[in-house]
Design a protein around this ligand. Structure first.
Ligand SMILES: [Zn+2]
Length: 100
């Protein structure tokens, strides 16, 4: 495939395009932020910001973004009370940072 001369080396999608792509992924099975970052090709940390925005947008349309609570990979502790979408850094029970 021949690349066009004017194409930037790093393809930068418009914010809206990224959100539409993420929303398309959210319509199906549960996906992790990492899955989304790979599919949409943005850094994982940027996924959370988009998800926050999408969650606000969905609220106005009566739809709901269902969030699977983060869990500790060591002891199985579930972060039920967490409302922020970002991944917790450490498990409060065993101090592990293997959070999924
Ligand atoms: Zn733990």
């Amino acid at each position: 495939m021949k690349a066009r001369a004017k194409k930037p080396t790093i393809p930068s999608l418009k914010e809206d395009t990224v959100r539409h792509a993420i929303m398309a992924l959210l319509g199906g099975e549960a996906v992790s932020a990492l899955d989304i970052s790979r599919e949409v090709r943005i850094p994982e940390r940027e996924v959370y910001g988009h998800l926050e925005h999408i969650r606000r947008t969905l609220r106005t349309t009566g739809l709901r973004l269902q969030v699977v609570p983060a869990a500790c990979g060591e002891c199985g502790f579930i972060f039920h009370k967490r409302t922020r979408l970002t991944k917790p850094g450490k498990c409060p029970v065993c101090r592990s940072n293997h959070i999924s």
